[in-house]
Design a protein around this ligand. Structure first.
Ligand SMILES: [Mg+2]
Length: 163
């Protein structure tokens, strides 16, 4: 069955339940058991199904991108590194501003058309902006990213790209 070539995720409240520019106190550190804490001793973890989902997408041959408009790109990048996710992200655009800029860069760098991309984000303004480009953009609720939501997004992408 047909599938998108590039799957892009927002970071804050999509892959992890934090706003790294305001609810996380840097620097982050990882203890010997692999747990991540901020400077206040707060545990920082992804949403529970996200590690398994990223691994599955990689195994299934998708390219993966991160699009974030955080005011703290270094903290976001540090968290990605500590989570051992550098290996998953083929593309990342992490800086403030409208995400149309981020997606134009994905298209330029990857050569992948917008219709062959899928995007997950917990903010409706981003879903609206990116849908207009022709990307299948899926709204993420308070549960964060789940396997089920990915499958629903994939079904929506297939409906839009049937012909
Ligand atoms: Mg977000």
């Amino acid at each position: 069955m047909a599938k998108p070539k590039l799957v892009v995720f927002d970071l804050d409240y999509t892959l992890w339940p934090q706003h790294v520019d305001c609810t996380v106190d840097p620097p982050l550190r990882k203890d010997k058991n692999g747990n991540i804490f901020d400077a206040d001793g707060q545990a920082v973890k992804p949403f529970p199904e996200v590690p398994r989902l990223l691994e599955k997408l990689r195994q299934d041959g998708y390219q993966i991108g991160a699009a974030s408009r955080t005011d703290s790109p270094p903290v976001a990048n540090q968290l990605i590194k500590l989570l051992d996710w550098d290996k998953y992200f083929d593309y990342r655009e992490i800086y403030p501003g409208c995400k149309v800029t981020h997606f134009n860069k994905f298209k330029k760098d990857s050569g992948i058309q917008f219709k062959d991309m899928m995007f997950f984000d917990d903010e409706m303004r981003n879903i609206r902006d990116i849908s207009k480009l022709g990307v299948t953009a899926v709204y993420v609720t308070h549960t964060g990213m789940t396997m089920k939501l990915f499958d629903e997004g994939l079904a929506e992408w297939r409906r839009k790209n049937e012909n």
